[in-house]
Design a protein around this ligand. Structure first.
Ligand code: ADP
Ligand code: MG
Length: 239
């Protein structure tokens, strides 16, 4: 069963077609990655899905409801959670306090403990969020999303600025969340090592549209994708 259906979505900024007749369906409980060069429209797509921007054309269907044009808070309440590139955490509060606030209700201690474990921060629970390393802050923000219990999580470049080890751990963390919480996940990412480790379907975006979909091996060896990435800093690794 599908949880999210994007049908012929378009969004223009002046003469620029940032998202252009974009169509994608996500199966409930699936993990998918969206990749593509800078400026191809990935973040704009997330802005459309979360209601921060209104599409010029097209339709967004979530859990069987047409949510096109809905305001962000209503879409969030229906179960779409998004992580931005810059973490929005309370630096002067502990990790546990951050999670309790995000849950907006009297979460069971066990539920918070479980989230802390899933984001690899059990030992840091008492620390102030501001004391965390950069990568750990990103994980905490994923934890804050989990505390809100969305059914679809949108992650925009969750490994930005991370070390190789943190990037690797993040891929594992996302895979675990998807499997253990049966949350549907759509992740935007540049880092191809990370994408390979996710081992999920990939959708390569170019100029506002999906150029190719497939698994990592198929995408890595595709001539059109290679041409798209040629000369880009986020070049594909050798086959
Ligand atoms: P990506 O996330 O893939 O790097 P974006 O979705 O951020 O790409 O941007 C797609 C294109 O739309 C870019 O050319 C960008 O400059 C443009 N763009 C994004 N947001 C706006 C905006 N609010 N106003 C005008 N142009 C924008
Ligand atoms: Mg972006």
């Amino acid at each position: 069963m599908s949880i999210l259906e994007l049908k012929s979505l378009s969004k223009c900024f002046g003469g620029l077609r940032a998202v252009d007749d974009f169509t994608l369906t996500l199966a409930e409980g699936s993990l998918n990655a969206l990749v593509g060069p800078n400026g191809c429209g990935k973040s704009t797509l997330f802005n459309l899905i979360t209601g921060l921007m209104r599409p010029d054309a097209g339709k967004i269907q979530f859990k069987g409801q047409n949510i096109t044009g809905w305001p962000p808070h209503k879409i969030a309440r229906l179960g779409i959670g998004r992580k931005f590139q810059v973490p929005a955490i309370f630096e002067e509060l502990s990790l546990r306090e951050n999670l309790i606030i995000a849950a907006r209700k009297n979460e069971q201690r066990a539920a918070i403990d479980n989230i802390l474990e899933q984001i690899n921060l059990s030992n840091e629970a008492h620390m102030l969020a501001g004391e965390l390393a950069h990568g750990q802050k990103q994980w905490l923000e994923i934890g804050l999303l989990l505390a809100q219990a969305p059914s679809l999580i949108l992650l925009d470049e969750p490994t930005a600025g991370m070390t190789a080890a943190e990037t690797h751990a993040t891929a594992e963390l996302i895979t675990r969340i998807n499997r253990e919480r049966s949350m549907t996940v759509l992740v935007i990412e540049h880092d191809m090592g990370f994408i390979e480790h996710l081992a999920c379907p990939l959708h390569v975006m170019s100029k506002g549209q999906i150029l190719k979909s497939g698994n990592f091996k198929v995408i890595r060896n595709d001539s059109e994708v290679k041409a798209l990435y040629f000369g880009q800093s986020e070049a594909m690794p050798d086959a």
